[in-house]
Design a protein around this ligand. Structure first.
Ligand SMILES: [Zn+2]
Length: 370
């Protein structure tokens, strides 16, 4: 689905001494020292983890073993999809970044929640921690915006006539995105040993075992047993309804951080190294936007991914601290004249994503792009 670029060397940031990030890091370090806080998760995160970890199996048992009508079981599976998204945002994401706990072992264990969700933490860490967090919105390298030809996410991607309707059909693609991810994209990455245009590091034997065992277990738990208990129609409907809510929530939250009207995109050249004329942190500020920063609801639900600016600058800090970190980032950004991108509400960010997809789909930007 997404391999038009074949030989794209990783771009280089012209760091210019990292002045902005240097001062920002010092200020953030001083804040944590002055408050006597650890940068990793605290009781707020662990309470949330307990709620999610207890709720998912409770819902699963209710859906399959209480003798409910099939439609009620299917509905409960849709709710399980919401809780899988919560587990991904709040537990797995922090753990894979090493910010869930100060213990590496605890982070590894909770990072493997990714396997319970049907994917593979080892592959995802390369896709997300290494590629997406370094080369955010760099077309040709960042796998998160590599959905061509189905979707045109930035001006440098080729336009096709069908893109005129992408703002209409994209929700349908988002709805099947997690099934595609777990049963197609993961296998493509695993067998090619590549994430888009970047090679995976060597996969240790333990990770080969985790990949295969958890794919089989996931299929048994979320396809096999539901089909056995609810019949083919009910079981498959339950599986699809789980993924519809999961796929839409994951796609919207991640796309609203980067594919909106106020963020920037860079095209990586093929065969030669692209030079990005900014320090890495300034590039992150130009390509990432927050939404609803004062909403406790969105902060709790999305695992702080409404504070994507702070997350991209400090992925090793747990999301529970981002409201405090935001004030420091805003102050230092203003001092260095670095833009701070933010939508006050979820609705404004969502509408902006829709408008940008419509504009990119119309091809109206083609004269401007190149
Ligand atoms: Zn991240």
């Amino acid at each position: 689905m997404n391999t038009p670029h074949v030989n794209v060397p990783p771009p280089i940031f012209e760091n210019n001494g990292n002045q902005f990030y240097g001062e920002l890091r010092r200020e953030v370090d001083e804040f944590f020292k002055a408050k006597g806080k650890q940068k990793t998760g605290d009781s707020r995160l662990y309470t949330k983890t307990a709620i999610i970890v207890i709720t998912v199996p409770a819902l699963y048992v209710a859906a399959l073993f209480l003798g409910l009508p099939v439609w009620a079981s299917v509905l409960i599976f849709a709710v399980i999809g919401i809780f899988h998204a919560l587990a991904g945002f709040n537990i797995m994401h922090d753990a894979c970044h090493g910010s869930f706990s100060s213990s590496g072992r605890v982070n590894r264990w909770f990072g493997n929640i990714m396997s319970l969700l049907g994917s593979h933490a080892f592959i995802w860490k390369t896709k997300h921690n290494v590629i997406h967090h370094t080369f955010t919105n760099v077309d040709g390298v960042d796998d998160d915006i590599a959905k061509i030809p189905a979707l045109r996410h930035c001006p440098s991607q080729p336009w096709k006539p069908a893109h005129r309707f992408q703002h209409i059909y994209m929700m349908g693609l988002y709805a099947i995105s997690s099934i595609f991810w777990m049963y197609a994209a993961d296998f493509e990455k695993y067998f090619k040993r590549r994430v888009y245009t970047t090679d995976l590091p060597p996969i240790p034997l333990s990770e080969h075992i985790i990949f295969w065992v958890t794919k089989i277990m996931y299929t048994a738990v979320y396809v096999g047993l539901p089909v056995y208990m609810l019949g083919w129609g009910g079981g498959m409907l339950a599986f699809v309804s789980l993924h519809v809510t999961l796929g839409i929530i994951l796609s919207c939250v991640f796309q609203m951080a980067h594919v909106v009207e106020i963020t920037h995109f860079v095209e990586a050249a093929q065969d030669v190294r692209t030079r990005i004329p900014q320090e890495w942190a300034v590039h992150q500020m130009a390509t990432t936007a927050n939404f609803a920063p004062t909403s406790r609801f969105w902060n709790w639900v999305t695992g702080g991914l409404n504070f994507q600016v702070e997350h991209h600058l400090f992925p090793q800090i747990s999301h529970v601290h981002y409201p405090d970190v935001r004030k420091i980032v805003q102050r230092v950004a203003a001092k260095y004249n670095v833009p701070y991108l933010e939508y006050p509400t979820f609705r404004e960010a969502f509408n902006s994503h829709m408008r940008l997809m419509r504009k990119l789909g119309s091809g109206a930007d083609l004269q401007l792009a190149h």
